[in-house]
Design a protein around this ligand. Structure first.
Ligand code: GAP
Length: 461
């Protein structure tokens, strides 16, 4: 949960600025806006889709391509309803709900500021009433629906509140068909659904969101060391993609915060404009899930070593992150404002591998053969990178448009380009422009994409 500690940063970024940029440039829109919007539901526009795709691609890369002990899964959103009995979600996936008799709003009992009467003090002009709360009651966060044409008791199913359970249900398949032996992991990215009570804060907490989860099955005595391994791996991933280390921390859960399945959890927290808040949870789930599903399904969910006869129920280490929340963290971390030649600019200093568009191709003027050559360069580059062509308006304004969506490089075609087939390559952060031959452009961008990257917001220190 977001804490109230002051944001220890001299950042210019605020949540309002991120929301406004997102809408202005098509990263994310409030869902169903023409009908007044649907609470805590967002639609992702062109650049939002590209940014989220890049985040997911980097996660898959870290899980699958850079390791040989993790495999992929894409399980169904709707599982057998017994799944949620076994997992404990039906009984225990609840938040304490209270109603306020003064402002008529509903709150999570543990998220409320009573002195301001919930979140809407302006509803009571001239007074600052205290909340007048009902007793807390448990509210289950799972969305319910029915399968088939008849609505009856047996047809009730749930939209999954986490992707993890689909992995546990498939554990046996991976042992049998993939001949996997612990330690090994199963990873998936997919939508999850929670009927959250406390919403707001843009895409930080929504009712429909994407998770990147991996269940890593290990011999029980090795659980502690694998938990440590994944804590450092996941921190390396976030910082490797440019999040500033002084805005990231690991925080171990206190005993009373632990989920029903967890014996130890640490959160990766990011310093959002709303304060330090969870970005990813890394839990030691022990053998809770496999044991529960074995009991409820009557199936044996254990690893058997056919050579030695050894058998055990593996313990599970789970790094679980949200795609939407990751997108918000990367945008917040990247957001900057500066001044170029007396003009203010907004710039997203995203890690180049995450940037929605890698390179923009801009003819200096819309005549003298420059658009034709620029189109040739654009067609060539888009074979290798997400590329944009823009010939509309003053060159300065076109740079600004690209800066705002985080495009790391811009190629400008000018009169010299037609004489010697060279172009200028402009860097979003340093603003350095180098002259380079059209033939070398693709390789140069490729090389730059491979370079380790450090947020310019960290300065030179
Ligand atoms: N399987 C474990 C699990 O689901 P969690 O801490 O509830 O753990 C993992 O969720 C991550 O999913 C969170 O760290 C967060 O990034 C993301 N997440 C959870 N609920 C979310 C919501 N309502 N909106 C957006 N992201 C959410």
């Amino acid at each position: 949960m977001p804490d109230d500690s002051p944001v220890a940063s001299n950042d210019v970024v605020t949540m309002d600025k991120i929301v406004s940029l997102s809408k202005r440039r098509g990263f994310a829109f409030l869902s169903s806006e023409i009908y007044g919007g649907l609470g805590s539901s967002y639609d992702y526009g062109h650049y939002g889709v590209l940014l989220k795709n890049n985040i997911k691609a980097q996660w898959w890369r870290a899980m699958l391509q850079e390791r040989d002990d993790v495999v992929a899964l894409d399980s169904a959103i709707i599982q057998h309803p017994r799944t949620w009995e076994a997992s404990g979600h039906l009984a225990g996936f609840t938040d304490p709900l209270v109603d306020c008799r003064t402002c008529k709003l509903r709150f999570r009992a543990d998220h409320i500021d009573q002195s301001a009467c919930g979140r809407k003090p302006s509803k009571h002009p001239g007074e600052t009433p205290e909340c007048d709360l009902t007793d807390a009651r448990d509210f289950n966060l799972m969305f319910q629906t029915t399968v088939g044409p008849v609505q009856e008791e047996g047809s009730i199913v749930y939209l999954r509140p986490e992707t993890a359970q689909g992995i546990f249900l498939n554990f046996k398949n991976y042992l049998q068909f993939s001949r996997k032996k612990p330690p090994f992991g199963i990873a998936q990215i997919g939508k999850s659904f929670r009927n959250e009570i406390t919403t707001g804060n843009f895409i930080f907490r929504t009712r429909e969101f994407e998770q990147m989860e991996m269940e890593f099955f290990v011999p029980p005595p090795e659980a502690g060391q694998w938990h440590q391994h994944w804590l450092s791996e996941r921190m390396r991933w976030w910082t490797g993609l440019g999040l500033r280390p002084n805005h990231l921390r690991l925080r171990a859960h206190d005993a009373d915060e632990l989920s029903h399945y967890s014996s130890a959890t640490s959160d990766v927290e990011y310093l959002f404009p709303i304060g330090w808040s969870e970005l990813e949870g890394i839990a030691n789930r022990g053998d809770f899930d496999l044991t529960q599903h074995a009991t409820f399904s009557g199936q044996k969910l254990e690893y058997v070593d056919t050579a030695t006869g050894e058998r055990y129920v593996p313990h599970v280490i789970e790094p679980a992150a949200g795609v939407d929340r990751a997108m918000l963290a990367f945008m917040v971390d990247a957001y900057d404002e500066d001044e170029i030649e007396g003009e203010r600019r907004t710039v997203l200093r995203l890690h180049p591998v995450l940037a929605p568009v890698k390179v923009a191709v801009l003819p200096l003027v819309r005549k003298d053969g420059q658009p034709e050559l620029a189109t040739e360069v654009y067609r060539d580059l888009r074979e290798r990178f997400q590329t944009e062509y823009d010939e509309g308006g003053a060159i300065g304004r076109r740079y600004r448009r690209q800066d705002e969506i985080g495009t790391p490089w811009a190629v400008t075609i000018d009169h010299q380009s037609l004489e010697d087939r060279t172009v200028t390559l402009r860097d979003r952060d340093s603003l350095a422009q180098v002259r380079i031959s059209i033939e070398d452009l693709g390789d140069e961008i490729e090389n730059r994409l491979r370079h380790p990257w450090r947020s310019p917001k960290l300065g030179d220190g």
